[in-house]
Design a protein around this ligand. Structure first.
Ligand code: ADP
Ligand code: MG
Length: 382
């Protein structure tokens, strides 16, 4: 299909699903990650690189081996990407990755482009008294967040009362922090946006349900959301992503407040957990769209529509090392469940080990079919 080679920093489940898509088009993807990483397991060629995507020399080597470099994770060294961008195309743009990887800089940038975000205050280098000032300003609870290296709730702390401030500061050690006003949302929603050389397109709006700050479920379409609100979420997501340079798919997480207004929570400059459903439920998946966007291949907009309602259930590591396997086995009995296991080997409680997609002609039929699997996940919780 295309003789250009794609290089990816990171070879976890997102890289793996990107390769599933690239394989169908005969597009070669070179992964930089540890030997045996999930993405490498399903791609047999000798141009993968064993090493860390945080290692400059390894990133240079990857750049030499391909035509377009992309990422499956934003916690990368953007100075390295800036350096290699004189020899190879980097998508999305390293400037975009640099802004987004710092969650506070990301919010300031979005605010500067007229995108509504939760109110936040910089706390880097601030004293305990200044933390308490934030509590007085925002009220309790408020959210304390690490600016960098945050994912799956690792990096967030809910400060419930003034007495918690000292402990919360210690917990984070030297990590750069900011505070965010509590968003009293009625629902979380997300939209996958595709940025091409010609503009921005979106997949449908989905509802995301988090438990302990980790995505547990997504519902496409969202439950109890009007068409108008779902459309507004797509428009806000488009506006947010149009503000950045570069191509590829972006996940936009949003809070839907009780008065139906929307705030952007955060952006991921890559395929995203809330877009896994697109593999089964849309003509083109988020991975197809990412590859096509970074290679300037055609993306018919109607290929991003929802063909059938779908629910995604994450399979996390549970209390036993094989808890996730038990859930996957139970899902084998479910006629409309597609099972994805990521090949990660050892499970840890809370680690993303796989996911299940149930599609059905109606969302309520999908809900009925997925419920026993949700119960199984709850039973296996670590
Ligand atoms: P992560 O990078 O871990 O996904 P997020 O900032 O998206 O971090 O936070 C994870 C989850 O925590 C969100 O999906 C939401 O459920 C909750 N959360 C985050 N920020 C706030 C906030 N300001 N108010 C209320 N809940 C929040
Ligand atoms: Mg998040």
């Amino acid at each position: 299909m295309d003789s250009r080679k794609v290089g990816v920093l990171g070879g976890g489940q997102l890289g793996r699903m990107l390769i599933e898509s690239a394989n169908r088009l005969n597009i070669q993807v070179n992964i930089l990650d540890a030997a045996g990483a999930p993405a490498k397991q399903i791609s047999a060629h000798d141009s993968h690189i064993d090493g860390s995507f945080k290692d400059g020399e390894a990133v240079r080597q990857l750049a030499k081996s391909c035509d377009v470099v992309t990422v499956e994770i934003e916690h990368v060294d953007t100075h390295m990407l800036e350096e290699i961008s004189s020899d190879v195309t980097v998508e999305p743009h390293w400037k975009t990755l640099r802004i987004i990887k710092d969650k506070f800089a990301q919010k300031e940038y979005l605010k500067g482009h007229g995108v509504d975000v939760a109110e936040s205050v910089d706390l880097e280098g601030k004293s305990e008294e200044e933390f308490k000032d934030v509590g007085r300003k925002f009220g309790y609870p408020f959210m304390l967040k690490s600016k960098t290296e945050a994912y799956d709730g690792r990096g967030n702390f809910v400060v419930k009362r003034e007495e918690d401030v000292g402990g919360a500061r210690k917990l984070f050690g030297e990590r750069p922090l900011y505070a965010e006003r509590w968003a009293d949302f009625r629902m979380e929603v997300a939209v996958m946006v595709v940025k091409t050389r010609d503009g921005v397109l979106t997949f449908p709006t989905v509802e995301t349900v988090h438990e302990d700050s980790i995505c547990k479920l997504t519902y496409a379409p969202p439950r109890k959301v009007t068409r108008e609100t779902a459309g507004k979420a797509q428009e806000l997501a488009k506006k947010a992503i149009a503000a950045f340079e570069g191509k590829g798919v972006f996940g936009v997480e949003m809070f839907l407040l009780k008065d139906e207004t929307l705030l952007v929570n955060e952006i991921a400059p890559r395929p995203h957990n809330s877009g896994h459903y697109t593999i089964e439920a849309c003509p083109l998946s988020q991975y197809d769209a990412h590859l096509r966007a970074i290679l300037d291949l055609p993306i018919p907009e109607s290929g991003l529509r929802l063909r059938e309602p779908a629910i995604m259930l994450n399979i996390l590591g549970g209390r036993a090392p094989d808890s996730h396997v038990k859930i996957a086995r139970q899902a084998l009995e479910s006629p409309n469940a597609s099972i994805h296991l990521y090949g990660k080997g050892d499970a840890r409680p809370g680690r993303k080990m796989g996911h299940i997609i149930v599609t059905a002609p109606t969302l309520s039929a999908a809900e009925r079919e997925v419920q026993p699997l949700i119960d199984a996940v709850d039973n296996q919780k670590g």
